[in-house]
Design a protein around this ligand. Structure first.
Ligand SMILES: [Zn+2]
Length: 405
């Protein structure tokens, strides 16, 4: 008999809640916890020891549930078991607080340790920056993206704010220095391999140089494969030619030579962005917006920072041969809505000051939505959407998660 399994553990309450589906009706008493394993009759559903969890075997509660979903040929059971607080283990989530030990990727220290030689386009390996003969040996971390906001906030309480403001200048790229931001490298234009990138002309044509700042950040693409690679800081010269001064290369669009031990993907940086925004703005709501199109791809509500997900492939759609193999992931539980431009809710969120906008290249916004949808697909159908009367803001939102390392 196949047993489909999905469970969530919220770190703040040490309770594991599981949904199980079987293809035959079974007695609720056929579920037991023995040797720290959850059994259905004589089948081990999940071995909690393997995932660093310790269950209280006497706390197991099982409830049969009428399946309201379209999996009409299956029987659904809800299980709840208390967990004992864990000592520190590799999978322990008790030490995880908001962002405190979220991994930072490719810091200045990492780059120095790696003795990096090249930054390449992740798609086509075009060399973008070379550290030949250590011409870029200086390497420094930049302050957080929210640094200016924080400083401004602090200046408001000073007696002579204008003095401080005069000293505040954007951190400009320096020739011969690799400046390292949370999700990008800031590079002086003279350190770029000539002709390795090109300006997104379509976007550049839309810019009104009469308005706003003298210099503007415009998307840039890899010159070889045409994929987005970062953004360049441009000034418009008297002859209307655009002159690049500096550029940001997004870490998730790059590989480094020699290869670093880990290759973070775009979703790893989304975690960092959300954690940062939540720390500074105390927001849990995000509008995911495309850089080029300005289209809103998704509305995201951060439901829980630190959730552990334990599941097999039993609830997935379109799985022909279920393996029953248990996966274990730590992540953020997310409520999201895949949006269309005319959506009323998008307008509402757009005008709400407690909402943060996360702006990414359009192709990465699409990747984010796909990634969330693939996690929704792991959930039992009845848990895939949030429709709780106490949460009208997220009516019909989908439930998904973002993996945290
Ligand atoms: Zn490329």
């Amino acid at each position: 008999m196949t047993v489909s399994f999905y469970a969530e553990l919220l770190s703040n309450i040490q309770v594991l809640r599981a949904t199980i589906a079987t293809d035959e009706s079974v007695e609720t008493t056929s579920f037991t916890v023995k040797n720290n394993q959850l059994w259905q009759e004589d089948t081990v559903v999940v071995d909690l020891t393997r995932h660093g969890l310790q269950a209280d075997p006497h706390s197991l509660q099982v409830q049969a549930k009428n399946d309201e979903s379209n999996h009409g040929d299956r029987w659904i059971y809800q299980l709840k078991v208390n967990l004992q607080r864990q000592q520190q283990t590799t999978h322990s989530s008790s030490s995880v607080q908001l962002g405190n030990n979220d991994k930072e990727w490719w810091t200045a220290k990492d780059m120095i340790g790696l003795q990096w030689q090249q930054l390449q386009c992740r798609h086509c390996a075009q060399i973008l920056v070379e550290n030949k003969n250590n011409n870029l040996s200086r390497c420094k971390d930049l302050p957080s993206e929210h640094w200016y906001e924080l400083v401004e906030c602090w200046i408001c309480h000073e007696t002579k704010p204008e003095e401080h403001q005069a000293r505040m200048r954007p951190i400009l790229a320096q020739h011969g220095t690799l400046l390292v931001g949370s999700f990008y490298f800031l590079i002086h234009v003279n350190d770029l391999v000539p002709l390795s990138i090109k300006l997104d002309q379509e976007l550049a044509n839309q810019i009104n140089w009469e308005r706003g700042t003298m210099t503007k950040w415009i998307s840039i693409n890899c010159n070889t494969c045409g994929k987005v690679i970062g953004e360049g800081l441009y000034e418009c010269q008297k002859d209307q030619e655009l002159n690049m001064l500096a550029l940001k290369l997004y870490k998730y669009c790059l590989t480094i030579q020699p290869n670093p031990p880990e290759l973070p993907d775009f979703m790893n940086f989304v975690v960092g962005d959300m954690v940062d925004a939540a720390k500074v703005h105390a927001t849990h709501r995000f509008v995911i917006q495309g850089k080029k199109s300005s289209r809103v791809y998704a509305l995201v509500w951060l439901f829980n920072w630190d959730t552990t997900f334990i599941y097999n492939d039993g609830f997935k759609d379109e799985v022909d041969d279920m393996t029953g193999k248990i996966d274990f992931q730590r992540g953020m539980k997310i409520l999201y809505m895949n949006t269309k431009d005319d959506d009323q809710l998008v307008k509402k969120w757009n005008h709400d000051k407690t909402t943060d906008h996360l702006i990414y290249p359009d192709t990465y916004c699409q990747q984010l939505v796909k990634s969330l949808e693939s996690t929704t697909n792991i959930l039992p159908p009845s848990l895939r959407t949030m429709n709780h009367p106490s949460m009208p803001m997220t009516k019909n939102f989908s439930v998904g998660f973002i993996h945290r390392k």
